[in-house]
Write a protein that binds this ligand. Structure first.
Ligand code: HEC
Ligand code: HEC
Length: 272
Protein backbone atom coordinates (compact mmCIF):
# COMPACT_ATOMS: atom_id res chain seq x y z
CA UNK A 1 0.00 0.00 0.00
CA UNK A 2 1.52 3.33 -1.01
CA UNK A 3 1.64 6.34 1.30
CA UNK A 4 -1.05 8.05 -0.79
CA UNK A 5 -3.53 5.25 -0.08
CA UNK A 6 -2.66 5.23 3.61
CA UNK A 7 -3.75 8.82 4.16
CA UNK A 8 -7.19 8.80 2.55
CA UNK A 9 -10.56 8.35 4.14
CA UNK A 10 -10.99 5.21 2.11
CA UNK A 11 -8.55 3.63 4.55
CA UNK A 12 -10.76 2.67 7.52
CA UNK A 13 -7.90 2.88 10.03
CA UNK A 14 -7.07 6.37 8.85
CA UNK A 15 -10.71 7.47 9.20
CA UNK A 16 -10.98 5.96 12.68
CA UNK A 17 -7.68 7.58 13.70
CA UNK A 18 -8.74 11.01 12.49
CA UNK A 19 -12.19 10.56 14.02
CA UNK A 20 -10.80 9.63 17.44
CA UNK A 21 -8.28 12.50 17.37
CA UNK A 22 -11.01 15.00 16.40
CA UNK A 23 -13.28 13.60 19.14
CA UNK A 24 -10.58 13.93 21.81
CA UNK A 25 -9.84 17.46 20.59
CA UNK A 26 -13.49 18.49 20.77
CA UNK A 27 -13.93 16.91 24.20
CA UNK A 28 -10.80 18.64 25.55
CA UNK A 29 -11.94 21.98 24.13
CA UNK A 30 -15.41 21.68 25.64
CA UNK A 31 -13.99 20.59 29.01
CA UNK A 32 -11.28 23.25 29.11
CA UNK A 33 -13.12 26.20 27.62
CA UNK A 34 -16.72 25.61 28.69
CA UNK A 35 -17.15 23.07 31.47
CA UNK A 36 -14.26 23.92 33.80
CA UNK A 37 -14.78 27.70 33.70
CA UNK A 38 -18.49 27.20 34.36
CA UNK A 39 -17.86 24.90 37.32
CA UNK A 40 -16.10 27.64 39.30
CA UNK A 41 -18.92 29.10 41.37
CA UNK A 42 -17.03 32.24 42.44
CA UNK A 43 -16.46 33.31 38.83
CA UNK A 44 -19.52 34.57 37.02
CA UNK A 45 -19.42 34.83 33.25
CA UNK A 46 -21.39 37.21 31.13
CA UNK A 47 -21.77 34.63 28.34
CA UNK A 48 -20.13 31.65 26.67
CA UNK A 49 -17.59 33.84 24.86
CA UNK A 50 -16.59 35.36 28.19
CA UNK A 51 -15.89 31.89 29.61
CA UNK A 52 -13.83 31.11 26.48
CA UNK A 53 -11.73 34.24 26.85
CA UNK A 54 -11.12 33.58 30.52
CA UNK A 55 -9.99 30.00 29.84
CA UNK A 56 -7.65 31.26 27.11
CA UNK A 57 -6.16 33.73 29.60
CA UNK A 58 -7.58 36.86 27.92
CA UNK A 59 -8.98 39.69 30.01
CA UNK A 60 -12.67 39.12 30.69
CA UNK A 61 -15.52 41.50 30.35
CA UNK A 62 -16.93 41.65 33.83
CA UNK A 63 -20.36 40.42 34.86
CA UNK A 64 -23.15 41.90 32.74
CA UNK A 65 -23.21 45.55 33.76
CA UNK A 66 -19.48 46.02 34.28
CA UNK A 67 -19.35 46.12 38.07
CA UNK A 68 -16.63 44.22 39.93
CA UNK A 69 -17.95 40.81 41.02
CA UNK A 70 -18.41 40.86 44.80
CA UNK A 71 -17.15 38.07 47.00
CA UNK A 72 -20.06 36.37 48.77
CA UNK A 73 -18.13 36.79 52.04
CA UNK A 74 -16.92 39.85 53.84
CA UNK A 75 -13.14 39.89 53.73
CA UNK A 76 -10.68 40.99 56.37
CA UNK A 77 -9.85 44.67 56.32
CA UNK A 78 -7.08 44.39 58.90
CA UNK A 79 -3.65 45.65 57.93
CA UNK A 80 -0.72 43.99 59.68
CA UNK A 81 2.99 44.61 59.56
CA UNK A 82 5.70 42.87 61.57
CA UNK A 83 5.79 45.88 63.89
CA UNK A 84 2.04 46.13 64.49
CA UNK A 85 1.66 46.67 68.25
CA UNK A 86 5.31 45.85 68.77
CA UNK A 87 5.90 48.08 71.80
CA UNK A 88 2.83 48.39 74.01
CA UNK A 89 2.89 50.79 76.97
CA UNK A 90 2.23 49.65 80.55
CA UNK A 91 -0.86 51.81 80.48
CA UNK A 92 -2.22 49.97 77.46
CA UNK A 93 -1.57 46.58 79.08
CA UNK A 94 -3.31 47.79 82.25
CA UNK A 95 -6.38 49.00 80.37
CA UNK A 96 -6.42 45.69 78.51
CA UNK A 97 -6.42 43.79 81.82
CA UNK A 98 -9.52 45.68 82.96
CA UNK A 99 -11.33 45.12 79.68
CA UNK A 100 -10.37 41.43 79.71
CA UNK A 101 -12.43 40.76 82.83
CA UNK A 102 -15.49 40.30 80.69
CA UNK A 103 -13.66 37.81 78.49
CA UNK A 104 -12.49 35.64 81.39
CA UNK A 105 -15.67 33.62 81.63
CA UNK A 106 -14.76 31.87 78.38
CA UNK A 107 -11.06 32.57 77.81
CA UNK A 108 -10.10 32.03 81.46
CA UNK A 109 -8.85 34.52 84.07
CA UNK A 110 -5.25 33.81 83.03
CA UNK A 111 -6.06 33.65 79.32
CA UNK A 112 -6.15 29.84 79.35
CA UNK A 113 -9.59 28.42 78.62
CA UNK A 114 -11.08 25.60 80.65
CA UNK A 115 -13.48 24.79 77.84
CA UNK A 116 -12.88 24.74 74.11
CA UNK A 117 -12.53 28.50 73.60
CA UNK A 118 -9.08 29.39 72.32
CA UNK A 119 -6.32 30.21 74.80
CA UNK A 120 -5.22 33.81 74.42
CA UNK A 121 -2.36 34.04 76.94
CA UNK A 122 0.90 34.73 75.14
CA UNK A 123 -0.75 34.76 71.72
CA UNK A 124 0.91 37.18 69.30
CA UNK A 125 -0.52 40.66 69.79
CA UNK A 126 -1.01 41.02 66.03
CA UNK A 127 -3.22 37.91 66.03
CA UNK A 128 -5.49 39.06 68.89
CA UNK A 129 -5.72 42.45 67.20
CA UNK A 130 -6.57 41.07 63.78
CA UNK A 131 -9.08 38.49 64.99
CA UNK A 132 -10.93 41.06 67.08
CA UNK A 133 -11.08 43.47 64.13
CA UNK A 134 -12.42 40.63 61.98
CA UNK A 135 -15.06 39.58 64.53
CA UNK A 136 -16.11 43.22 64.83
CA UNK A 137 -16.38 43.77 61.05
CA UNK A 138 -18.06 40.40 60.47
CA UNK A 139 -15.19 39.00 58.39
CA UNK A 140 -15.02 36.19 60.96
CA UNK A 141 -18.24 35.16 62.63
CA UNK A 142 -19.10 33.00 65.60
CA UNK A 143 -22.41 33.11 67.42
CA UNK A 144 -20.73 32.97 70.84
CA UNK A 145 -17.78 35.30 70.25
CA UNK A 146 -19.00 37.93 67.77
CA UNK A 147 -21.24 39.86 70.24
CA UNK A 148 -18.25 40.45 72.53
CA UNK A 149 -16.27 42.14 69.78
CA UNK A 150 -19.13 44.19 68.37
CA UNK A 151 -18.76 47.21 70.65
CA UNK A 152 -15.01 47.36 71.13
CA UNK A 153 -13.25 50.56 70.04
CA UNK A 154 -9.97 50.49 68.10
CA UNK A 155 -8.15 51.44 71.29
CA UNK A 156 -9.92 48.68 73.28
CA UNK A 157 -8.76 46.16 70.69
CA UNK A 158 -5.16 47.38 70.84
CA UNK A 159 -5.18 47.28 74.66
CA UNK A 160 -6.68 43.78 74.79
CA UNK A 161 -4.07 42.58 72.29
CA UNK A 162 -1.28 44.14 74.35
CA UNK A 163 -2.60 42.55 77.54
CA UNK A 164 -3.06 39.02 76.25
CA UNK A 165 0.29 39.04 74.44
CA UNK A 166 1.92 40.14 77.68
CA UNK A 167 0.49 37.19 79.68
CA UNK A 168 2.77 34.16 79.96
CA UNK A 169 1.91 31.04 78.01
CA UNK A 170 0.75 28.57 80.63
CA UNK A 171 0.05 24.85 80.29
CA UNK A 172 -3.40 24.14 78.86
CA UNK A 173 -6.22 22.55 80.86
CA UNK A 174 -6.59 19.48 78.71
CA UNK A 175 -3.50 17.51 79.62
CA UNK A 176 -2.63 14.62 77.38
CA UNK A 177 0.42 12.76 76.31
CA UNK A 178 2.68 14.71 73.99
CA UNK A 179 2.20 13.23 70.51
CA UNK A 180 4.95 12.82 67.92
CA UNK A 181 4.88 15.37 65.13
CA UNK A 182 2.89 14.09 62.13
CA UNK A 183 4.41 14.20 58.64
CA UNK A 184 2.20 16.99 57.39
CA UNK A 185 3.28 19.26 60.25
CA UNK A 186 7.01 18.58 59.70
CA UNK A 187 7.19 18.60 55.93
CA UNK A 188 3.85 19.96 54.76
CA UNK A 189 2.96 18.29 51.46
CA UNK A 190 5.04 19.83 48.66
CA UNK A 191 3.11 18.02 45.89
CA UNK A 192 -0.12 19.59 47.16
CA UNK A 193 1.41 23.00 47.73
CA UNK A 194 1.34 22.82 51.54
CA UNK A 195 4.27 24.37 53.39
CA UNK A 196 5.20 22.98 56.83
CA UNK A 197 2.75 24.42 59.38
CA UNK A 198 5.62 25.80 61.47
CA UNK A 199 6.89 27.97 58.61
CA UNK A 200 3.96 30.30 59.31
CA UNK A 201 2.79 29.25 62.75
CA UNK A 202 5.84 29.86 64.84
CA UNK A 203 8.07 26.86 65.43
CA UNK A 204 10.17 27.55 62.30
CA UNK A 205 9.12 31.10 61.55
CA UNK A 206 6.15 33.32 62.22
CA UNK A 207 4.29 35.08 59.47
CA UNK A 208 2.47 38.15 60.75
CA UNK A 209 -1.09 37.15 61.60
CA UNK A 210 -0.51 33.41 61.95
CA UNK A 211 -1.65 32.31 65.41
CA UNK A 212 0.35 30.34 67.93
CA UNK A 213 -1.31 26.90 67.93
CA UNK A 214 0.44 24.89 70.65
CA UNK A 215 -1.89 23.93 73.50
CA UNK A 216 -5.16 25.01 71.86
CA UNK A 217 -7.94 22.50 72.36
CA UNK A 218 -8.18 19.72 69.83
CA UNK A 219 -11.87 20.41 69.17
CA UNK A 220 -11.16 24.09 68.47
CA UNK A 221 -8.24 23.41 66.12
CA UNK A 222 -10.17 20.78 64.22
CA UNK A 223 -13.21 23.01 63.87
CA UNK A 224 -11.08 25.88 62.50
CA UNK A 225 -9.32 23.65 59.96
CA UNK A 226 -12.65 22.23 58.80
CA UNK A 227 -14.16 25.71 58.59
CA UNK A 228 -11.25 26.95 56.42
CA UNK A 229 -11.47 23.84 54.23
CA UNK A 230 -15.21 24.26 53.73
CA UNK A 231 -14.91 28.00 53.07
CA UNK A 232 -16.97 28.86 56.17
CA UNK A 233 -14.09 30.82 57.70
CA UNK A 234 -12.78 33.25 55.12
CA UNK A 235 -10.94 35.94 57.06
CA UNK A 236 -7.42 34.71 56.21
CA UNK A 237 -5.71 37.31 54.05
CA UNK A 238 -5.06 36.05 50.49
CA UNK A 239 -6.61 32.67 51.37
CA UNK A 240 -3.31 31.61 52.99
CA UNK A 241 -4.96 29.19 55.35
CA UNK A 242 -7.87 28.11 53.15
CA UNK A 243 -5.40 26.95 50.48
CA UNK A 244 -3.64 24.80 53.06
CA UNK A 245 -6.79 23.41 54.72
CA UNK A 246 -8.52 22.52 51.45
CA UNK A 247 -5.55 20.39 50.43
CA UNK A 248 -5.43 18.46 53.73
CA UNK A 249 -7.07 15.06 54.09
CA UNK A 250 -9.46 14.61 57.01
CA UNK A 251 -6.93 12.27 58.59
CA UNK A 252 -4.23 14.97 58.38
CA UNK A 253 -6.63 17.47 59.96
CA UNK A 254 -7.22 15.07 62.86
CA UNK A 255 -3.49 14.41 63.28
CA UNK A 256 -2.49 18.09 63.14
CA UNK A 257 -5.22 19.09 65.63
CA UNK A 258 -4.30 16.31 68.06
CA UNK A 259 -0.60 17.10 67.74
CA UNK A 260 -0.87 20.83 68.38
CA UNK A 261 -3.30 20.28 71.26
CA UNK A 262 -0.79 17.94 72.92
CA UNK A 263 2.08 20.43 72.83
CA UNK A 264 3.23 22.24 75.96
CA UNK A 265 3.35 26.02 75.89
CA UNK A 266 6.60 27.35 74.54
CA UNK A 267 8.24 29.76 76.91
CA UNK A 268 10.43 31.33 74.25
CA UNK A 269 8.48 33.34 71.73
CA UNK A 270 10.00 33.69 68.30
CA UNK A 271 8.73 37.17 67.50
CA UNK A 272 5.97 39.45 68.57
C1 HEC B 1 -19.15 33.57 75.88
C2 HEC B 1 -17.82 33.12 75.61
C3 HEC B 1 -16.81 34.15 75.11
C4 HEC B 1 -16.55 35.42 75.61
C5 HEC B 1 -17.21 36.10 76.80
C6 HEC B 1 -15.47 35.95 74.81
N1 HEC B 1 -15.09 35.04 73.86
FE1 HEC B 1 -13.55 35.26 72.55
N2 HEC B 1 -14.00 33.47 71.69
C7 HEC B 1 -14.99 32.60 72.14
C8 HEC B 1 -15.06 31.48 71.26
C9 HEC B 1 -15.99 30.28 71.39
C10 HEC B 1 -14.08 31.68 70.25
C11 HEC B 1 -13.77 30.79 69.05
C12 HEC B 1 -14.66 31.24 67.91
C13 HEC B 1 -14.61 30.33 66.71
O1 HEC B 1 -14.71 29.13 66.90
O2 HEC B 1 -14.49 30.86 65.61
C14 HEC B 1 -13.43 32.94 70.57
C15 HEC B 1 -12.38 33.49 69.83
C16 HEC B 1 -11.66 34.61 70.21
C17 HEC B 1 -10.47 35.08 69.56
C18 HEC B 1 -9.76 34.44 68.38
C19 HEC B 1 -8.60 33.62 68.88
C20 HEC B 1 -7.85 32.89 67.79
O3 HEC B 1 -6.85 32.23 68.14
O4 HEC B 1 -8.23 32.95 66.62
C21 HEC B 1 -10.08 36.21 70.23
C22 HEC B 1 -8.86 37.07 69.92
C23 HEC B 1 -11.03 36.43 71.29
N3 HEC B 1 -11.99 35.43 71.27
C24 HEC B 1 -10.97 37.48 72.18
C25 HEC B 1 -11.95 37.77 73.11
C26 HEC B 1 -11.97 38.96 73.92
C27 HEC B 1 -10.91 40.04 73.90
C28 HEC B 1 -13.10 38.91 74.69
C29 HEC B 1 -13.61 39.93 75.67
C30 HEC B 1 -13.83 41.24 75.15
C31 HEC B 1 -13.77 37.65 74.37
N4 HEC B 1 -13.05 36.99 73.41
C32 HEC B 1 -14.93 37.20 74.98
C33 HEC B 1 -15.78 32.77 73.26
C34 HEC B 1 -15.87 33.93 74.00
C1 HEC C 1 1.32 30.16 54.42
C2 HEC C 1 1.27 30.26 55.85
C3 HEC C 1 0.51 29.18 56.59
C4 HEC C 1 0.75 27.82 56.59
C5 HEC C 1 1.78 27.03 55.80
C6 HEC C 1 -0.20 27.24 57.52
N1 HEC C 1 -0.98 28.23 58.07
FE1 HEC C 1 -2.46 27.99 59.44
N2 HEC C 1 -2.90 29.98 59.37
C7 HEC C 1 -2.19 30.92 58.63
C8 HEC C 1 -2.73 32.23 58.88
C9 HEC C 1 -2.24 33.55 58.25
C10 HEC C 1 -3.81 32.07 59.80
C11 HEC C 1 -4.69 33.15 60.41
C12 HEC C 1 -5.84 33.45 59.51
C13 HEC C 1 -6.55 34.68 59.96
O1 HEC C 1 -7.47 34.57 60.78
O2 HEC C 1 -6.18 35.76 59.53
C14 HEC C 1 -3.88 30.64 60.08
C15 HEC C 1 -4.80 30.05 60.96
C16 HEC C 1 -4.78 28.72 61.33
C17 HEC C 1 -5.66 28.13 62.34
C18 HEC C 1 -6.73 28.87 63.14
C19 HEC C 1 -6.11 29.27 64.46
C20 HEC C 1 -6.88 30.27 65.25
O3 HEC C 1 -6.73 30.28 66.48
O4 HEC C 1 -7.60 31.10 64.69
C21 HEC C 1 -5.31 26.81 62.44
C22 HEC C 1 -5.93 25.77 63.36
C23 HEC C 1 -4.22 26.57 61.50
N3 HEC C 1 -3.92 27.74 60.85
C24 HEC C 1 -3.58 25.34 61.34
C25 HEC C 1 -2.57 25.09 60.40
C26 HEC C 1 -1.97 23.78 60.18
C27 HEC C 1 -2.32 22.51 60.94
C28 HEC C 1 -1.06 23.94 59.18
C29 HEC C 1 -0.17 22.88 58.52
C30 HEC C 1 -0.85 21.75 57.94
C31 HEC C 1 -1.07 25.34 58.79
N4 HEC C 1 -2.00 26.01 59.56
C32 HEC C 1 -0.26 25.89 57.81
C33 HEC C 1 -1.11 30.68 57.80
C34 HEC C 1 -0.60 29.42 57.52
Amino acid sequence: MSARELFTFRNTYFSIGVGVAAGVFALAAITGFVLLPRLQPELKYADLWDAFCSAAGLPRRSVSSGEIPKSPHRLSEAVLTPTTLARPTQESIGRGATLAQRCAICHGPTGISRADSPNLAGQYASVIYKELLDFRSGARTNAVMSPFAANLSDQDIKDLAAYYAYLPRLPAYHPQEQLPRPRVVIYGAPMRGIAPCGSCHGSLDNKAGSPWLEGQSEAYLKAQLQAFAAGQRTNDISQQMRNVARALTSQEIDQAAAYYASQPPDIIKTTD
